[in-house]
Design a protein around this ligand. Structure first.
Ligand code: ZN
Length: 317
């Protein structure tokens, strides 16, 4: 279906400057978009992408919060360490000073020496506790590692969101053309690949054989009485009998697409009737003046302009 959507879009683009799309353009295009369309698979893929984006969004935002908390913690820890280091330095200085005092007072009385000794022990013990506290702060700071992969995962998430939007567009396009039926697998309005006996475009007039006329469709090989099938899902826009085209049927398929079937021997549908793809609408014949034998004339118009049905038809060699 994707192929069809792209083909139609491409044709619309081409229709702006010129009114005719040749088979070569279409075949290049169809060759380029050679994937087998499967809308259900595309919808499943989109759902999986949505789930992944949701899960990653949750993961990345919780990790972003953890990272912020960790940054705050780091700032707090370094402030605490600076305070403890100042205290350690003060206590070390005081111990050194006490040692000096104790040496100078070696000959002093027992009470003085005991008092100095007690102060020294108390200061040494305090210094030890401060050093232990410092170690404990350092140990705690090592617990929460900064998440270095976060930036990379955030970029990956952004890319995933872009891909998801692209897939959403693709699914939207597919659903817009889904009502046509199987477009890329379409063969011919005969239901099987048959030979194109006269191509689309300028040709030597098959009746007069002496002037060039424009053939706004293709002629498909069909013996009289061959069932003629609707190319795609649609509604019968008109049936009638034209001097040149003979008995004919126009089908409206939506999306600006209409198809015409001519030189029919009989018509089995009525105006306004809904038809499904490959539903019989008529039998082929040889009616009208512009025919040189039993065949089916098939025209495809997009937004009112005839385009080469070879865009869709898979004819026999
Ligand atoms: Zn024709």
């Amino acid at each position: 279906m994707r192929k069809c959507a792209k083909a139609i879009w491409f044709i619309w683009m081409l229709l702006i400057p010129v009114s005719i799309v040749h088979a070569e353009d279409a075949s290049v295009l169809l060759g380029f978009y050679d994937k087998v369309p499967d809308p259900a698979a595309d919808i499943r893929k989109l759902e999986q992408m949505q789930k992944k984006v949701e899960a990653m969004t949750r993961d990345v935002s919780s990790r972003t919060m953890l990272n912020s908390a960790h940054s705050l913690e780091l700032a707090f820890v370094s402030e605490r360490l600076a305070q403890v280091d100042t205290t350690i330095q003060e206590l070390s200085d005081r111990l050194l000073a006490l040692e000096g005092t104790m040496k100078a007072q070696a000959g002093a009385d027992v009470d003085t020496i005991m008092k100095l000794d007690a102060e020294y022990r108390q200061t040494a013990s305090l210094l030890l506790r401060k050093k232990e506290e410092r170690q404990s702060i350092e140990d705690q700071a090592g617990l929460g590692e900064q998440d270095m992969n976060l930036a990379r995962d955030k970029r990956e998430l952004e890319q995933l969101k872009v891909d998801m939007e692209r897939q959403r567009e693709r699914v939207k396009e597919l659903s817009e053309f889904a009502e046509l039926g199987d477009v890329t697998g379409f063969t011919t309005p005969i239901g099987v690949p048959v030979r194109i006996t006269s191509p689309f475009g300028e040709r030597l007039d098959p009746i007069t054989q002496d002037e060039t006329t424009f053939h706004a469709g293709i002629d498909l090989e069909a013996t009289e009485g061959t069932p003629v099938l609707s190319a795609f899902n649609g509604r019968i826009a008109r049936t009638g009998n034209d001097d040149e085209l003979g008995l004919y049927v126009w089908i409206e398929h939506g999306n600006g697409i209409r198809t015409l079937y001519g030189h029919l021997s009989s018509i089995s549908v009525t105006q306004g009737q809904e038809v499904r793809q490959y539903e019989q609408i008529a039998s082929s014949g040889n009616t009208g003046s512009r025919t040189t034998g039993g065949h089916l004339h098939f025209t495809l118009t997009i937004n009112g302009t005839s385009v080469d049905p070879a865009v869709f038809v898979h004819a026999a060699g």
